[in-house]
Design a protein around this ligand. Structure first.
Ligand code: NAD
Ligand code: ZN
Length: 356
């Protein structure tokens, strides 16, 4: 396959306080990475950061294509740590990557966060390119400039804002993604649909054989882009992206992280819709619609955890005097509303109604 047989990827522009950058979306666009690096005048030495799962599938080919070395770390959230970042610094130094160098993150959100944090801090920051390979990273994690690592005390406790030079989204990488990871990625797209785009609320779109899936990617990416452009440092409106996430983070935590983030988000969307109805914000049809969609794509709509335990695991900064809490709720599809006055009892009642 020569690059002349690949049509030029579509380009979405993202404005950020550090300047604008592009998201290229297109079939086989990863194979144009060499040309994109040149287009962006990134002529310094490049290193590709990936994991041991992706190295043999895509990493080695990309490494050959670019003539750039591959740095592979173990696969898994448990390796999104400062220790792993330290090993990245060591390799970057060994490889002689200097200030003109570029780090290319080839992987899911874990690799994007890790490699981005290394790029943000190595030599006080070098260029960074995102090549997301998971559905979640394509529509969510790679966009918005948040990078970082976990500490034993909690997830994402150390990090930085680091905008990429560009992002390249290639849907031809998705067929190798395990089903469960695919389903988890759909949770964030359904969330985006509930916030802004009713056309995304159709279970048929999320079949793995959907030939027009690139349209879904484009729409979901555009929604995240709109949010991060309006609120790059997450001071106000970007908080709407937390729809379903107050429940989700709590369920992940109570499950001892045996629930994946996307699964917890699926459940969290159902809970947030029920809560919206419980406080009189929307019609009963909304939670019913959310529940049938979440369940149709294969995400959980029930959990077995004690409501009081889930409530207790909700981040304390979102509780106000223990009585009322802050939530992103929905008046309807594409009508989110941030409310600070949600009674804690209503949260408990919703959790009880979703218990199995
Ligand atoms: N920075 C942000 O704004 C942001 C936003 C959301 C999530 N995140 C972070 O993203 C991480 C979750 O990302 P994720 O869901 O992509 O998880 P992940 O990076 O762990 O990837 C999931 C699994 O899929 C595999 N995989 C990825 N792409 C593949 C492909 N094309 N083919 C085969 N296997 C593939 C990975 O090796 C991994 O085993 C979390 O650490 C989360 O904190 C960050
Ligand atoms: Zn999420």
């Amino acid at each position: 396959m020569t690059s002349s047989e690949i049509s030029a990827p579509e380009r979405i522009e993202v404005q950020s306080p550090e300047g604008s950058y592009a998201i290229y979306i297109g079939e086989k666009s990863l194979r144009t990475l060499d040309a994109l690096l040149r287009l962006h005048s990134l002529s310094g030495r490049a290193a590709i950061v990936t994991n041991h799962t992706l190295a043999p599938i895509y990493g080695e080919l990309l490494s050959e294509l670019l003539g750039a070395p591959l740095i592979a770390v173990p696969d898994g959230e448990q390796y999104k740590t400062l220790e792993t970042v330290r090993t990245l610094y060591d390799r970057l130094l060994e490889l002689g990557i200097d200030r003109r160098g570029v780090v290319i993150a080839l992987g899911g959100g874990v690799i994007g966060d890790l490699a981005g944090f290394a790029a943000a801090t190595y030599l006080r920051g070098i260029a960074f390119v995102q090549a997301p390979t998971s559905l979640l990273a394509m529509v969510d994690a790679s966009i918005g400039g948040k990078v970082g690592v976990d500490l034993p005390q909690g997830k994402n406790l150390v990090g930085a804002f680091k905008q990429p030079a560009f992002i390249v989204v290639d849907p031809t990488l998705l067929p190798t993604l395990p089903d469960i990871e695919w389903i988890c990625g759909t949770a964030e797209i359904i969330k985006a649909g509930l916030l802004r785009d009713e056309a995304l609320l159709d279970a048929d779109l999320y079949r793995r054989d959907n030939k027009a899936f690139i349209d879904v990617l484009r729409r979901a990416i555009q929604i995240k882009v709109d949010y991060v452009q309006r609120d790059p440092y997450e001071q106000n409106i970007r908080a709407e992206l937390n729809l379903g996430h107050t429940f989700a983070h709590a369920v992940e935590k109570v499950s001892g992280y045996t629930w994946r983030h996307g699964e917890a988000v699926g459940f969290g969307l159902v809970a947030a819709a029920r809560l919206s109805y419980a406080v009189g914000l929307c019609e009963a049809a909304l939670p019913e619609r959310v529940e049938s969609l979440v369940s149709a794509v294969g995400l959980p709509t029930r959990c077995s955890f004690e409501p009081s335990a889930v409530r207790a695991a909700m981040r304390t900064d979102k509780k106000r005097q223990g009585e009322t809490m802050r939530f992103v709720l929905l008046r309807g599809v594409a009508q989110p509303e941030i409310r600070d006055d949600v009674p804690a009892q209503a949260v408990l009642d919703v959790l009880e109604s979703l218990r199995h």
